[in-house]
Write a protein that binds this ligand. Structure first.
Ligand code: NAD
Ligand code: DAU
Length: 342
């Protein structure tokens, strides 16, 4: 039974990496869900991510800013559920330029939450990140851990989380805050490590490894993240409402280990690895305890990392036009300004 049958889901930020994967999941063949996608189409938003759905009557796209009350109100009014993916998401950009962060990552959630006060919805998921806990050098942390964000991106994401929590406590909104580890998979903007390394390797260009290459992340396939979000959207209210839920893949690797796997998958030499200047304040490790999510919804990730990474590398190999268009345009100018022509 489809618990979202004949409902309308507002997917804010649905033209980005995870949001567009979520839209593909909602609009899988045979489902009766409607997806309203609100996205400002910043550099990271790309309508090609769901081009195949453009004429689908279940798909409705609106270009707009989540911090604009006039854009948001009519869509929240139409929606049964809100899932907010929209954000400025790249740590390096947030170190370089903080100007768009407050609007997208704090005012945006605030505006959506205010609209949901005016036009009640069944559930509101604020999609968040493990980075708000700061670097974790000991045991994986659960949802009770203190917030210690260490870069402008994660600091503003913590602000968005706090706003959602406040609207739960103050106005009783049916909010759930999620905090997920690093995603990988199709349609990820090639400024992020896995698609950057994959596409550079395919073109025999260096893989720029920050510092020692020993910084560690926990990786989850985007399809597993989207499945977790749907499990949260459809769980009984007393299991999830008002809760913070960590989402993790259980696949911890350092940068050099990932680089080696990508090079091996593509049959490219390890000499493409190039150590470059470290990211300022580079968090050494993130590690989450996600047992609460399993206990509340039964969710467990299904995609084995080796299989998921190979499928991802082959997706980028088969979709060269998609990423070449990005890397040859505005992204190239930004990347060359930040890192030189590597
Ligand atoms: P992304 O950068 O690929 O996509 C972000 C989308 O938000 C883009 O389509 C962009 O156009 C849109 N957007 C930005 N500002 C907007 C605004 N003011 N109004 C409307 N739309 C706006 O990001 P992603 O990797 O898909 O991340 C989605 C969400 O998941 C973010 O909230 C991020 O913090 C969170 N998250 C990401 C990861 C990860 O590994 N990628 C992990 C945990 C959490
Ligand atoms: O942990 C969740 C977060 O994961 C999300 O909240 C963010 O939106 C998302 O961008 C991601 O942040 P990271 O900073 O972990 O991802 P990124 O792909 O930028 O970097 C992953 C690791 O790879 C990190 O240790 C830095 C390193 N790196 C990254 C790039 C882009 C390199 O060594 N070289 C690079 O060129």
């Amino acid at each position: 039974m489809d618990l979202l049958e004949h409902t309308t889901v507002l997917v804010a930020g649905g033209a980005g990496f995870i949001g567009s994967n979520f839209v593909h999941r909602l609009l899988a063949p045979g489902r009766t869900v409607r997806a309203l996608v609100l996205d400002a189409l910043t550099y990271a938003g790309n309508l090609e991510n769901h081009q195949a759905l453009a004429d689908d009557p279940r798909f409705h796209f609106v270009k707009g800013d989540i911090a604009d009350p006039a854009a948001v109100a009519p869509l929240v009014e139409e929606a049964d559920y809100v899932v907010n993916f929209a954000a400025e998401t790249h740590v390096d950009r947030s170190i370089e330029d903080q100007s768009p962060l407050i609007r997208a990552n704090i005012e945006g959630p605030l505006t959506l939450l205010n609209a949901a006060r005016e036009h009640p919805v069944r559930r509101f998921i604020q999609v968040g990140t493990d980075e708000v806990y700061g670097e974790i050098l000991g045991d994986p942390v659960d949802e009770e851990a203190p917030l210690k964000p260490r870069n402008p991106y994660s600091a503003t994401k913590a602000g968005g989380d706090a706003m959602a929590q406040a609207y739960r406590a103050t106005f009783g909104l049916p909010v759930v805050i999620t905090r997920c580890s690093n995603n990988y998979g199709p349609y990820q903007y090639p400024e992020k490590m896995i698609p950057l390394f994959t596409t550079n390797a395919m073109d025999d260009r260096p893989l720029p490894v920050y510092g020692s290459g020993r910084n560690r992340r926990d990786w989850i396939h985007v399809a597993d993240h989207c499945r977790a979000l749907e499990a949260i959207l459809t769980a009984p209210a007393d299991r999830v409402e008002g809760e913070i839920l960590n989402i993790a893949g259980g696949n911890e690797y350092d940068i050099l280990e990932i680089a080696a796997r990508i090079l091996a998958a593509l049959g490219k030499p390890e000499s493409l690895v190039q150590h470059v200047t470290d990211r300022p304040g580079h968090d050494r490790r993130y590690a989450l305890n996600a047992s609460k999510l399993r206990e509340r919804t039964g969710f467990e990730p299904e995609i084995d990392f080796d299989t998921g990474l190979l499928e991802t590398v082959s997706w980028y190999a088969s979709n060269r036009t998609w990423w070449e268009r990005i890397k040859s345009g505005a992204f190239r100018d930004y990347y060359e300004k930040m890192y030189g022509n590597r």
